[in-house]
Ligand binder design. Structure first.
Ligand SMILES: [Zn+2]
Ligand SMILES: [Zn+2]
Length: 284
């Protein structure tokens, strides 16, 4: 099995060192892992900052941990990644960062829309209370489209994250309602060689389902999006493998045959969905 999205204590919101996450991976039978800490950090005065030097030094330290753990756990293939939060004013620092650190894999994610965090924190309710469902979802997907136009990353993280807190405010949503914009975005991803991930954190959150919906993953395949990755987005070793079984089911339902691994920012070996379904049915 594979987990290409998790955070350790060197991520603003993660806990415990990489070694503890490796232990969890070994226990769950996950063999391919990629640590994807958030690049931005909380600065003085509680403001989020993307400072090139701070980020570079921190990820170079993570790189050392990856080397140490690779020696310690020879059965694990451990890759160095990052999750970049899209804000237009940070893209230059991120471009410098990805040029300076030898990442294997980089996720681009939208958490901020109209200056507000829609995935947590004190503002999230205000964002949804001030907007209709259509306004909220449309604005989020427009931001994803803007991030694609920048393009400094390999896959889009949690493509429909907006449903995490949109769900408690408005109930379930139909991707078809935003289908035109979503399909346009997926086509742009295909043209730029940007992949998509299945992020299984949604399985344990309000939506009760992975990000994105099965239909979006099927459209992604039709649009020619080049690759699919899979990650639990865990921030603690306890939830390391959470939802991965459901994630494989979703990939299979959407008609994908493979989940990608990455090396030096390029898709490497593809793991067959069929083999991963075997893992999912044999692990509790
Ligand atoms: Zn994220
Ligand atoms: Zn994450």
């Amino acid at each position: 099995m594979i987990n290409y999205h998790f955070h350790d204590h060197r991520s603003s919101d993660g806990s415990e060192p990489l070694r503890a996450h490796c232990e969890a991976a070994v226990a769950a039978g996950v063999r391919h892992i990629c640590i994807t800490n958030h690049a931005e950090a909380l600065g003085a005065g509680g403001r989020w900052v993307a400072d090139f030097r701070e980020m570079r030094d921190r990820f170079m330290a993570v790189r050392e941990s990856v080397a140490e753990c690779s020696a310690r756990y020879p059965g694990l293939e451990i890759r160095l990644g990052a999750e970049l939060e899209y804000r237009r004013e940070w893209t230059q620092a991120f471009d410098r960062l990805t040029a300076a650190v030898p990442f294997d894999f980089v996720i681009g994610s939208v958490h901020i829309v109209d200056g507000m965090n829609v995935s947590g924190g004190p503002e999230r309710d205000r964002f949804f209370m001030d907007r209709t469902q259509d306004e909220a979802y449309r604005r989020y997907f427009e931001e994803v489209e803007e991030m694609i136009a920048w393009g400094g990353f390999d896959v889009v993280g949690h493509f429909d994250l907006i449903k995490r807190f949109g769900h408690p405010h408005y109930g379930g949503y139909q991707p078809e309602r935003y289908g035109e914009g979503i399909r346009r975005t997926l086509t742009q991803m295909a043209e730029r060689g940007i992949g998509i991930e299945i992020n299984t954190s949604g399985v344990g959150q309000a939506p009760g389902r992975a990000y994105p919906e099965v239909s979006i993953l099927a459209w992604a395949r039709e649009a020619g999006v080049p690759c699919l990755t899979l990650g639990s987005d865990s921030h603690s070793p306890r939830s390391f493998a959470q939802g991965l079984r459901e994630g494989i089911e979703v990939a299979s339902l959407a008609g994908w045959n493979e989940v990608a691994t990455f090396e030096q920012r390029r898709p490497s070996v593809g793991l067959s969905i069929e083999a991963l379904v075997g893992w999912a049915s044999s692990s509790g």
